[in-house]
Design a protein around this ligand. Structure first.
Ligand SMILES: [Zn+2]
Ligand SMILES: [Zn+2]
Length: 193
């Protein structure tokens, strides 16, 4: 079990993921258009995998500790029902995707913010490959494993009480900063594949 450090592009926001291991995480590439639009909106398209996939590491939010620059945490949504997409406002580095409630203890962390990510093991899941651009994989893989890990980790978080620890939501379950819905114009630009 290792602690793995992460940092936004300019180094203002830093943190660690505790107890990183392949079992405590799911290393995936998501080819969905929403994740790609988020990366494009923040000017991070060059960090995508071939085929326009977003490299992510799903972990329990309780394992994430922001050690500096927490005041830079910002949140946007691509649509009114979209995920909460957290990023560092100082330099537009994606941090993580979550649903709108800490009751689902899941954060899909943007992998490029980790200087080293070998502790998470290799990519085990490719999701939404139907939406991949040319050059991406043609078939999804590892979705059952991903869901199994999600259920297993969520149960453990509820059982040990750590479900209440979350860097993106306060004790009452409210987001630490108010998510901002992007404009229709920005949305059109972000989804232009
Ligand atoms: Zn930064
Ligand atoms: Zn996605």
């Amino acid at each position: 079990m290792t602690d793995v450090g992460f940092s936004c592009g300019c180094g203002t926001l830093k943190g660690i993921v505790q107890d990183a291991s392949p079992r405590s995480s799911c290393h995936l590439v998501c080819y969905c258009r929403d994740c790609r639009a988020f990366a494009r909106h923040l000017g991070q398209v060059d960090k995508l995998e071939p085929g326009g996939g977003s490299p992510l590491v799903q972990v329990l939010p309780a394992k994430i500790e922001i050690t500096q620059g927490a005041d830079q945490i910002a949140c946007l949504r691509l649509s009114p029902k979209g995920l909460h997409r957290w990023y560092a406002a100082c330099c537009n580095t994606p941090l993580a995707n979550t649903v709108g409630s800490p009751k689902v203890p899941l954060a899909g962390m943007w992998r490029p913010q980790f200087a080293r990510h070998d502790a998470f093991g290799p990519v085990v899941t490719n999701g939404f490959t139907k939406a991949a651009l040319p050059g991406g994989p043609r078939r999804d893989k590892g979705l059952v494993r991903m869901l199994g890990g999600l259920v297993r980790r969520s149960l453990s978080a509820y059982l040990n009480g750590s479900v209440r620890q979350n860097p993106f939501f306060d004790a009452a379950g409210a987001p630490v900063v108010q998510p901002v819905l992007i404009s229709a114009e920005d949305r059109a630009a972000a989804y232009r594949d």
